[in-house]
Design a protein around this ligand. Structure first.
Ligand SMILES: *Cc1c(COP(=O)(O)O)cnc(C)c1O
Length: 377
C-alpha cells in the first residue's frame, strides 16, 4: 500500500459499486433510469467510475467544474458511449457558453436562459438538451403554474431550433422540505401529459426528483410516466438521516455505509481533566459552550478539524466508545476513556483513527484536495 498522508478521505470502490447496482436495479424494476449526482463528493473520480460501472445513465452536478472533469477524463458508459452529463442547477447567464460545451443536458426554469442557451448552441453548432422544471410546492426552482410550463415548452419546441426539449422534471424535499408522495408524483405525470398534448409528441424524460423520491417508488405508488431519478446522497450515504427510524422499512436499509471514510492521525495522547481550568469565555468559533466535569479522562488529539469536515455532528468515530469532546479548525479531541481497555491502552501517537461521514462531511472533506488527501480502496 502507498504511504498515506493524513487527514485522508478514503473511497471504497466496491461499496459505491454495490450501492449503485442495488439502486439502479430497484429503479429499473420500476421503469426508472438513474442519473448519478456527483456534487456531494465533488466528482471524486473513483466514485464517478463506480457509479458508471453500477449502471447510472448520466452523471449530474450543480457545478460545471464537476462535469468538466467527467468530460476531461473521457468517462464512457457501460456501452462505451461518452457519459452524458446533466447540469442540475439552472445555468447562470455568465456560464452559458460553457454549459453548452460541457453539459449535454441542463435543468431550466427561465425563458431568458433558454433563449441564451439556444443562441450559444447555435454559435457552437450543437444541439443542447433541456429538461424544464416545474415547482410542485417545494418552492425552489421551476415554473409554478402549469400554463407557464406549457408556454416554456412550446417556446422551446417551436422557436428554439438549437435546443432539444428532452423532458420535464421537479425537485422536492429540498428548501421547502416537501415530501415526494403519490399526489406529487401524479401531479408531475399529469403535467408531463399536458406538455405532451401541447407539443404533439411524447417526452423522453420525466424526472421525478432526488433521492427522497425513492420513497414513493418503494411504496409502489410511482406513476409509470416518471422514468428518471437524480440520485445523489442515497448512493454513497444511504438516507439514514432523512428517514430516521423508518429507514430500515425500506430496502435502502441494506445499502453499505462505508463508501467514504475519514482517517486521521493521533498527534497527542494523554489523560486530562474534562472541565477547563480558568475563566470560561468563548471557544475558537466564538461560541459559549457548557462543560461537564467528568473528572480526568483519557483522550487523543487528531490532526483534523472543522476546516476539513465542517461540524463534528457530521463525523462518527468508528472506535467503539469514543466520543468527540471538542474540535477547532485543525484539531479534533476524542474522549477514549470508555473504549475497551485492551484497545484504548494500546493506542499511541501516530496511530490512525477512522470516522463514518454524513453527507455534509463528505461534501466538505472532498472539496479540499490540498489538505485532505484522497485515496481509494
Ligand atoms: C442535489 C440535487 C439532486 C440530488 O439530491 P440527493 O438528495 O443528494 O439525491 C437532485 N436534483 C437536484 C436538482 C439537485 O440539486
Amino acid at each position: 500500500m502507498e504511504t498515506r498522508r493524513y487527514p485522508a478521505l478514503i473511497v471504497n470502490r466496491e461499496a459505491v459499486y454495490e450501492n449503485t447496482c442495488k439502486l439502479v436495479d430497484w429503479c429499473d424494476e420500476n421503469g426508472i433510469f438513474v442519473a448519478g449526482v456527483i456534487k456531494g463528493f465533488n466528482a471524486n473520480r473513483a466514485a464517478c467510475e463506480e457509479e458508471i460501472r453500477g449502471g447510472v445513465k448520466m452523471l449530474a452536478s450543480s457545478r460545471l467544474e464537476h462535469l468538466s472533469d467527467v468530460k476531461e477524463w473521457g468517462l464512457k458508459n457501460i456501452d462505451g458511449v461518452d457519459m452524458p452529463t446533466l447540469l442540475i442547477r439552472m445555468p447562470m447567464l455568465s456560464e452559458i457558453d460553457d454549459v453548452v460545451r460541457i453539459a449535454d443536458y441542463s435543468l431550466n426554469s427561465e425563458m431568458a436562459t433558454l433563449d441564451a442557451l439556444d443562441a450559444a448552441a447555435a454559435k457552437q453548432g450543437r444541439t443542447h438538451s433541456v429538461i424544464l422544471m416545474t415547482d410542485l410546492g417545494d418552492l425552489r426552482e421551476g415554473w409554478f403554474e402549469e400554463q407557464d410550463l406549457i408556454a416554456a415548452a412550446l417556446h422551446t419546441e417551436n422557436d428554439l431550433d438549437n435546443l432539444y426539449l428532452a423532458g420535464i422534471g421537479t425537485n422536492l424535499g429540498c428548501v421547502g422540505s416537501i415530501m415526494p408522495n403519490k399526489d406529487k408524483m401524479e401531479e408531475l405525470a399529469e403535467r408531463a401529459t399536458a406538455v405532451e398534448t401541447a407539443i404533439g409528441r411524447t417526452l423522453d424524460i420525466v424526472s421525478g426528483g432526488a433521492s427522497t423520491s425513492l420513497m414513493p417508488m418503494f411504496d409502489g405508488v410511482m406513476p409509470s410516466k416518471v422514468n428518471m431519478l437524480r440520485l445523489g446522497e442515497s448512493i454513497p450515504i444511504s438516507l439514514r438521516d432523512q428517514l430516521g427510524t423508518t429507514h430500515d422499512r425500506y430496502p435502502i436499509g441494506e445499502l453499505r455505509q462505508d463508501c467514504f471514510t475519514l482517517a486521521a492521525e493521533i498527534i497527542e495522547l494523554n489523560t486530562k481533566p474534562t472541565y477547563p481550568i480558568g475563566e470560561i469565555g468563548a471557544d475558537a468559533f466564538g461560541r459559549k459552550r457548557e462543560y461537564i466535569d467528568r473528572g480526568n479522562r483519557k483522550r487523543v488529539i487528531l490532526a483534523v478539524g472543522r476546516a476539513d469536515y465542517g461540524d463534528t455532528y457530521d463525523i462518527i468515530p468508528e472506535l467503539d466508545g469514543a466520543i468527540i469532546w471538542g474540535a477547532s479548525s485543525d484539531h479534533t479531541i476524542l474522549d477514549i476513556e470508555d473504549v475497551a481497555a485492551e484497545i484504548r491502552d494500546n493506542l499511541k501517537v501516530g496511530d490512525i483513527l477512522t470516522f463514518k461521514v454524513r453527507y455534509a462531511a463528505m461534501m466538505h472533506l472532498s472539496s479540499n484536495k490540498l489538505t485532505v488527501h484522497q485515496y481509494e480502496e
